[in-house]
Design a protein around this ligand. Structure first.
Ligand SMILES: [Cu+2]
Length: 167
């Protein structure tokens, strides 16, 4: 092998390493996490909901996410669901479907009636067949629930590189 060829290989190797280092310096892309939103499409089954709450769910519902991760929600069901950031899980804005007092992020009690909170980036309404996105705040344990079917819950725990394992 001629010396100039060796130098060329060396140069290519150096450039490749430099490019790789540059790409790593740019930082990892925030991870994308897909969450499916599922229910029974048949509206008549809605009345049977109390017997089959498992059909209405977010999949997955326990997530460990890197900082800055994006949650991509896809409603594969036949009904509108909300994806609402709550401090604590609670009931929603449909009183007959509530087992708990409403989460304040879902609804407020006004004169004995549940008044839904308006849509916002932290209170996404996701019609059937549509998608939506939510971002995470750094370092938080995030809880999301559906304000219509409040047993639909997601907990997102930060993937903390410094405290990954507790020994
Ligand atoms: Cu729902």
């Amino acid at each position: 092998m001629r010396k100039s060829t060796l130098i060329s290989f060396g140069l290519v190797g150096f450039l490749a390493t430099a490019l790789l280092a540059f790409a790593q310096d740019a930082g990892p892309q925030p991870s994308q996490i897909n969450i499916d939103v599922r229910d029974y499409c048949d509206p008549t089954s809605f009345n049977a909901v109390l017997g089959s709450v498992g059909a209405w769910r977010f999949v997955p519902n326990q997530i460990r996410a890197h900082e800055g991760a994006t949650l991509n929600l896809q409603n594969l069901g036949g009904e509108t669901h909300t994806f609402t950031r709550v401090k604590r899980f609670g009931g929603g804005f449909v009183s007959v479907l509530n087992f708990l007092p409403p989460a304040p992020e879902c609804a407020q009690m006004v004169n004995g009636s549940l008044v839904p909170q308006p849509p916002s980036p932290d209170n996404l309404f996701i019609p059937a067949g549509t998608t939506a996105g939510a971002t995470l705040h750094p370092g938080e344990v995030a809880r999301f629930q559906c304000c219509i079917h409040p047993w639909m819950r997601v907990t997102v725990t930060p993937k903390d590189e410094q405290h990954t394992e507790l020994h």
